[in-house]
Design a protein around this ligand. Structure first.
Ligand SMILES: [Zn+2]
Length: 362
């Protein structure tokens, strides 16, 4: 495995299709269908829940259960207020960035389909240069080309419609993947690739493997909180994105030093079970998979915490994919890191025995 390329033409096509589809928090099911369709040949069965989390299961009869997980939702906006002259004010659905909004195209999702709009912004000529107003939640607005509120409503747009960015997948300089929502469509992609490799390499696991794509991470780990109660796992390996801190205006003394191209990032945090994390590190060292370290004070800010603090405590760990420009429409990751996260999760699974407690007292 160590030196072979993991991402194939077919898997890259899936990743692109999966990324280009909008999957805003609370409305993830179309993306989940794309993901399940890709995963189907590699699993025995699926579990889905009321709010849309999806799980591909290998060995569903097994008592001992291991989860590998990413989250399926992407940050977006809600229409919150419509002015009499037909402009839309928004609130966040997840950590959407007000600073990047002006001049972006948007897709407004309505019952009748997508309505296109733009975040407008006052022209440079009309602004007071001595006191520039930065974009904020209360001054950014969307123009859908309607002359008044009545026309907005006729177009099918109302308060509560969800808004996403249309930006699609690109490759920069051969090995940098760029798109909105790589946070965390990459997670779903990577855990699905682990399942594909297990299948193609005819690896039989001695436990149940639950390849999980949770909804609603971006608004507080909610999908993971739900699905962990359904699965009741013994072990959970979570994958999400973390910051590349080497680009401008990021303070490494407070944010740490992690960067794209340098390998998966392994977290140290209270929710991370130390023995499970050491198993991952030993695996990386044995298989010569490069890795970086990161520390989190209190919460990891990822689904790791939701799994760890459920069901009386689930041995959990976090393997992150370093990413530039998080929560913008040009999130950027390195292809080698994507492959190395897949490799590290795969090899770690082969290093877990059925029934392991990871107890500190054995
Ligand atoms: Zn995020």
């Amino acid at each position: 495995m160590a030196n072979t390329k993991i991402i194939t033409k077919k898997s890259l096509q899936f990743f692109e299709k999966y990324l280009n589809n909008a999957s805003p928090t609370g409305y993830e099911w179309e993306g989940q269908k794309i993901w399940m369709e890709y995963l189907k040949p590699y699993v025995d069965t699926f579990i889905t829940d009321t709010y849309g989390s999806a799980v591909g299961v290998i060995n569903p009869e097994a008592q001992y259960k291991v989860v590998i997980e990413g989250h399926s939702d992407e940050i977006s906006w809600y229409v919150n207020y419509i002015t009499d002259n037909g402009l839309l004010y928004v609130i966040r659905n997840g950590g959407s960035d007000h600073q990047i909004a002006p001049s972006k195209w948007v897709n407004i999702h309505t019952k009748a389909g997508v309505v296109t709009g733009v975040f407008g912004w006052p022209a440079i000529h009309t602004r007071d240069k001595s006191k520039e107003t930065p974009p904020k939640l209360d001054n950014i607005f969307i123009d859908i080309g309607a002359k008044d509120k009545e026309e907005v409503e006729k177009m099918g747009v109302h308060v509560g419609c969800v808004i996403t960015y249309p930006d699609e997948f690109h490759i920069l300089n051969k090995d940098k993947f760029v798109c909105r929502a790589i946070d965390n469509r990459a997670g779903g992609f990577m855990v699905a690739e682990v399942a594909r490799l297990l299948h193609e390499n005819k690896k039989k696991l001695p436990f149940g493997l639950y390849i999980t794509n949770a909804v609603q991470e971006e608004i507080g780990l909610r999908g993971a909180e739900m699905i962990t109660q359904t699965i009741k796992p013994n072990v959970a390996i979570i994958t999400d994105v973390c910051h590349d801190t080497t680009t401008p205006m990021i303070d490494q003394k407070t944010q740490g030093h992690t960067e794209i191209g340098q390998g998966p990032v392994i977290s140290y945090a209270p929710a991370v079970q130390n023995k499970l994390r050491e198993r991952i590190i030993e695996t990386a060292e044995a298989k010569k998979i490069p890795f970086q370290r990161m520390a989190a004070s209190r919460s990891t800010g990822t689904d790791t915490d939701a799994f760890a603090y459920s069901n009386g405590g689930v041995a959990s760990a976090l393997i992150s994919l370093p990413l530039r420009y998080m929560h913008t429409t040009v999130e950027t990751v390195h292809r080698n890191d994507v492959e190395n996260v897949i490799r590290l999760i795969y090899e770690t699974l082969l290093n877990i025995k059925e029934g392991e407690s990871f107890s500190y007292f054995d």
